[in-house]
Design a protein around this ligand. Structure first.
Ligand SMILES: *Cc1c(COP(=O)(O)O)cnc(C)c1O
Length: 381
């Protein structure tokens, strides 16, 4: 490989059995709409591998979040607490129901919702809190769950980036009342577009199936529990086709393997850049005790916004495709219109201007990681 060949930020990984399973769905099962054999296989897989009582595949994490907002009965004016340093869907799903996102700052170490600010964000209208496990790094979930329980709030984990990350042995996405996963092309395990809703609270299970199947009890009908199905509740078409589920099943079978390869790249970066952190040039992702990460994102945080921009420019000039992350929701057009923020959001404003995501994909070679770390070291020498 030539020294200057492009290192992309992401390169989707195809395990090899996707087409075989799609062909099986079409030719053998003859079932290509949703809620068929491959959908069930994926759901059972998620339930068993994550330790969750019920999983429903969706066509995206966005859809799973929208289902969560309906399930928690978010009404116009209800407030939902969340970080601002996240993807738009975290907020949008609740705004669609008339909810008001209340943006709370993040912790400087984990870049996740600062649980110490949570109580000061509560009002009589607060209904739910949506912690996001940024980069697959766990939130202070135990503290968040306790505050939520004391105040009768729903906890919906946005675990879009956290598939197979564990905290004290428990899978992220299974700890709140609901958890939302993404299998978008840019995530670790992919089906093009895709996602899942993890339902960890028994009270929500029956209604979840109805919302999922366009507001009908079709799932019960298919199990022979009712003799015809009809309109029961609000809902939409949240289920993916079997073509997508078949593709996803091939990926799920190899999930542990894919994540171990990504984690290896993550730790190569960590080793290669550790001394720059020790010298105070950059900060690396925080490795919390009791956490098994999933190698989703490797980011560095530069000391100053201006330095961050120069470093990004220099790396991209060397054909190393690095990218920033979120424009904070509280400062975006729709965020200002539909949400409100708690306090000055200093950490979010600051971090979002200093964070750089490095290339990380299955199949990234040691020499490619080396080329990235060398380029960063050179910048600081
Ligand atoms: C990717 C992502 C989403 C959206 O996932 P889709 O499957 O693309 O809908 C939501 N939240 C976070 C934090 C994400 O990273």
């Amino acid at each position: 490989m030539s020294k200057d060949s492009r290192i992309p930020y992401n390169r989707p990984f195809i395990v090899g059995k996707e087409l075989e399973y799609i062909s099986q769905a079409v030719m053998e099962h003859g079932h290509i709409s949703g809620n068929g054999p491959f959908t069930k296989k994926c759901q059972t897989w998620l339930e068993q591998n994550l330790g969750c009582p019920k999983a429903l595949l969706t066509h995206s994490c966005t859809a799973a979040l929208e289902m969560a907002a309906i399930l928690c009965d978010i009404q116009p004016g209800d407030e939902v607490i969340m970080p601002s340093f996240t993807f738009v869907s975290t907020a949008n799903a609740f705004v669609l129901r008339g909810g008001v996102p209340v943006f709370v700052d993040i912790r400087a170490d984990t870049l996740n919702l600062d649980e110490r600010l949570l109580e000061s964000a509560l009002t009589s209208k607060t209904r739910a809190v949506v912690p996001v496990h940024y980069a697959g790094i766990p939130c202070a979930i135990d503290e968040i769950l306790e505050i939520a329980e004391n105040n009768k709030l729903w906890v919906i984990e946005d675990a879009a980036q956290a598939y197979l990350s564990r905290y004290k042995g428990r899978s992220l996405g299974t700890l709140g009342h609901l958890g939302c996963l993404s299998f978008h092309e840019t995530k670790n395990i992919i089906s093009g577009e895709g996602g899942a809703l993890l339902i960890n609270d028994e009270r929500l299970m029956e209604r979840a199936e109805i919302i999922w199947e366009k507001g009908t009890d079709r799932s019960q009908f298919l199990r022979g529990e009712v003799d015809k199905y009809s309109w029961q509740d609000i809902g939409s078409s949240y289920l993916p086709s079997e073509l997508v589920s078949a593709f996803l099943y091939a990926q799920l079978e190899k999930a542990a393997f894919i994540i171990s390869k990504r984690s290896k790249v993550f730790f190569n970066y960590y080793e290669g850049l550790k001394d720059l952190q020790d010298k105070g040039c950059i900060r690396l992702p925080c490795l919390q005790e009791g956490t098994d990460g999933n190698g989703h994102i490797f980011f560095i945080v530069a000391s100053k916004a201006e330095e961050c921009r120069r470093l990004m420019q220099q790396l991209n000039d060397q054909n190393i495709n690095v990218i920033p992350h979120y424009v904070p929701l509280h400062s975006s057009k729709a965020g200002i219109k539909y949400g409100r923020k708690l306090g000055n959001m200093n950490v979010t404003n600051d971090i979002s201007q200093r964070l750089i995501r490095l290339p990380l994909f299955y199949g990234m070679e040691d020499n490619e990681v080396e080329r990235v770390t060398q380029a960063i070291r050179k910048f600081f020498s």
